[in-house]
Design a protein around this ligand. Sequence first.
Ligand code: FMN
Length: 309
Amino acid sequence: MSGRLAVELAGLRLKNPLLAASGTFGYGVEYERLMDLSTLGGIVSKGLYLEPRDGCDVPRIVETPSGLLNAIGLQGVGVRAYVRDVLPRLERHDTAVVVNVCGDTVEEYAEVTRILEDAPRVDAIEINISCPNVKKGGMAFGGDPKMTHEVVAAVRRVTRRPVVPKLSPNVADIALFARVCEEAGASAVSCVNTLLGMVVDVEQRRPRLAFGTGGLSGPAIRPIAVRMAWQAARAVSVPVIGIGGIMCAEDALEFLIVGCRAVQVGTANFVDPGVYERINAGLLSYLDRHGLAGIGDVVGTLAYPGETK
Ligand SMILES: Cc1cc2nc3c(=O)[nH]c(=O)nc-3n(C[C@H](O)[C@H](O)[C@H](O)COP(=O)(O)O)c2cc1C
């Protein structure tokens, strides 16, 4: 892979700006036989609590126009099993490992992070304060500036690694939440998680998901996600990682141009595991076409009415 795609992110050097988004790529090892994990800039793990969790009842996923509505409910093996069984298997892959940390309480977020602090293979902590599919924690933290500050500060206190809160799009003022995260010590912010949605089975007159509501992802949310990433990038000086509906190089470029230093690819993983190779090739060809040396030359170059750049 060409060094032209390398990016620097909160002290980490990623070989390219593409990370697999949390919850759409398992713990990474599930994809070992489908692709070379070393072609990824990084892998963000499925969300992890202290203990294993079963998640929501089925059905948990329903297709929508250009999107996916899910209420998985953060099913997972728990942080100790992840450290014991998964991290050693990721050792041989040359890619950044970011762990998505969850909690029902501020203390749980801190405890999960503390356990990861002793594990060698972890490069950064992503704090999931934005999952819409759980009754406690999740979006309840990410929708309240005071709680957001508290969780981010608590995690910051127990780790030396980069701390990356993942913002919820289910708020009126995303810039405010990005600033709160920066003030609480975030090294970067991920922007955004899924949008709260609902699909109704009109014959049964009940929600199609067992949980009732779910999180909407995929191309359907991309224009909203790009707008929010743009607002967040203008509000803070720490890097922003853009997420939402990226299917091809042009989609990734939208996020980079509005100011994101890197991007995550989620729902596209369910459609095409070859998406990373395809996007990286498209980014290189864009650099060639525009006579640019590296992908960093694209970041934050949006020409906006009334501004010079
Ligand atoms: C099935 C599914 C599971 C997800 N699980 C998590 C999770 O565990 N933690 C998290 O922070 N985000 C989770 N997300 C949100 C994604 O990481 C991403 O933010 C969102 O899907 C938007 O990106 P996309 O449109 O590229 O999918 C999940 C999304 C989907 C579709």
